[in-house]
Design a protein around this ligand. Structure first.
Ligand code: ZN
Ligand code: ZN
Length: 250
């Protein structure tokens, strides 16, 4: 193990906080195009901030533990290895998150996911508000698969670190209840590949469907996507937000 693993782990333990604080500052001080024009319940932010202290460093502890123990074998960094590891982590996390998320919506496992869904209206701090067990399972699933792959070929520690940075930042944006994409985003090529904040806002407000993390592919494949996501997204960009959590478009 090199010193880099310690530095990466320390960064991962804290970097989500400036992301959340920055995005939260942005949505509160700038005139943003909201998905839902609803007041945040008074207790929500306090509860989410409290949860963040126990759940945010989990990823860093598991990242360090897997690599430092040699369970996840990492090798000499190269541009190709970094890119391949990053893409592998990205793709596997989309699959792992989709199926584990659906499993946690089953009543027998819902206790794991319950804390996150206490927030029906998404806000930047919702992105770090989970039960400890939920985030532990999330990163355990990611790193266990990478550990198995690393038996065949060593992976890049930096590639995994970079993926976590992307996840932290995009997950914060995904919970920020404002649209930064243009009208008609879901008809564009980019919109077929990556979600915008409207996508996950609908999951929290309506509780079911739109289970995907950063992409809509698996929801499309398995028919679990809200059909009005494109219309709601365009409404948000036109400053016509949804006015209650039950509202549907079309
Ligand atoms: Zn959920
Ligand atoms: Zn969420």
């Amino acid at each position: 193990m090199t010193n880099e693993i310690i530095y990466y782990s320390l960064v991962l333990a804290v970097i989500n906080f400036p992301f959340v604080i920055g995005v939260d500052w942005y949505v509160r001080t700038q005139s943003v195009k909201r998905v839902y024009q609803i007041e945040e319940p008074v207790e929500q932010r306090q509860r989410e901030m409290k949860n963040s202290w126990t759940t945010t460093p989990v990823h860093a502890v598991l990242f360090f533990g897997f690599i430092a123990s040699g369970l996840l074998k990492t090798g000499q960094e190269s541009a190709l290895l970094i890119l391949a590891t990053f893409l592998l982590t990205f793709l596997w996390t989309e699959i792992w998150h989709y199926f584990s998320h659906i499993a946690m919506h089953h009543k027998s496992l819902h206790f794991i996911h319950h804390e996150h869904h206490l927030s029906k209206l998404t806000a930047p701090w919702t992105s770090v508000s989970f039960s400890f067990l939920e985030k532990f399972i999330f990163s355990l699933g990611i790193l266990s698969m990478l550990a198995i792959v690393s038996l065949l070929h060593e992976l890049s520690a930096f590639g995994i670190f970079a993926y976590y940075l992307l996840y932290f930042f995009t997950n914060t944006l995904g919970h920020a209840n404002f649209e930064f994409r243009k009208a008609g985003y879901y008809d564009s090529v980019m919109g077929k590949i990556f979600n915008s904040p409207t996508y996950h806002a609908l999951h929290h407000a309506r509780y079911i469907k739109n289970y995907g993390l950063l992409t809509p592919w698996l929801d499309k494949l398995f028919g679990t996507e809200w059909k009005d996501v494109a219309l709601v997204q365009t409404r948000a960009t036109q400053a016509k937000p949804l006015l209650n959590l039950k509202e549907k478009e079309g």
